[in-house]
Design a protein. Structure first.
Length: 261
């Protein structure tokens, strides 16, 4: 078992809504299933601050926006699996759930995810169950959910504003918090509150003494004790891959335990 595999197994057996650590670190994640309306601004702000992020895409999104997959990968960010069609998993059979995970994986690879592809899965609607977590673990994926969603996806029509999205992120700020935001807008919309709120969120996180970490570093032993990140996300991604990340992830066997920072 490689170092990367050992790190992956440490995520198994849990829905992982927070990183188990006392260090003042936070992980930034984005979901993408609708459109890419906020992508330019999001990638621009992340690059300007040298901040890493993990993007959980549906397979259908990857099929429709292969250039987005390539841009995220080229920016040095991680790519995670959020099923192919974003269904309610409780309404599917076991073979149906397996198909959703594997079809999304195939779509991400076909779109050019390459080394950016992670062994991380996020359930649609964050709807999990112990049995379903075991299913995705058996497929070689760790379930990564979130500590809070900014709810920017609701848009102004749903009563959300940049300030409210910022407040939700800061209210949940704690060592090991995982923030969830969204790349696009539903119904073909172009007003992406999370894209507008991102610079304020990142600035506020840093001003409170936190650093943004790449979720992929958790596959490496003692990653949380490393010095604060000073590299660009592109350089970081290459060094992670060289040290301990293996993007092939067949079903793994081993003792399940929760994240320990």
């Amino acid at each position: 078992m490689t170092a990367g595999d050992a790190g992956l197994v440490s995520f198994f057996g849990s829905e992982n809504r927070v990183i188990r650590t006392r260090e003042r670190v936070v992980a930034v994640t984005f979901n993408a299933a609708w459109n890419d309306a906020g992508l330019d601004r999001i990638l621009g702000e992340l690059a300007r601050r040298h901040a890493p992020a993990t993007f959980f895409l549906t397979g259908d999104f990857a099929d429709r926006y292969p250039r987005v997959v390539k841009r995220i990968a080229a920016g040095g960010h991680g790519l995670g699996n959020q099923s192919y069609s974003h269904p309610y998993f409780k309404d599917l059979t076991v073979p149906g759930r397996v198909w959703e995970v594997r079809a999304a994986e195939r779509a991400l690879r076909a779109a050019g995810a390459g080394r950016a592809l992670t062994p991380f899965f996020r359930f649609p609607y964050s709807e999990t169950s112990p049995a379903q977590v075991r299913e995705v673990n058996a497929l070689g994926f760790a379930d990564i959910e979130f500590t809070t969603d900014t709810n920017g996806w609701k848009g102004t029509g749903g009563g959300m504003t940049v300030i409210r999205a910022l407040r939700r992120a800061l209210d949940a700020l704690r060592p090991g918090a995982i923030l969830q935001m969204h790349v696009g807008a539903s119904g073909g919309g172009t007003d992406v509150i999370d894209a507008q709120a991102l610079p304020r969120i990142l600035d506020a996180v840093v001003s409170r003494g936190y650093r943004v970490i790449d979720l992929r570093t958790l596959l490496c032993p003692s990653s949380l004790t490393a010095s604060p990140l000073r590299e660009t996300s592109e350089v970081l991604a290459l060094s992670l891959h060289a040290e301990c990340i293996h993007t092939r992830h067949p079903p793994l066997r081993g003792e399940s335990r929760r994240i320990r920072g």
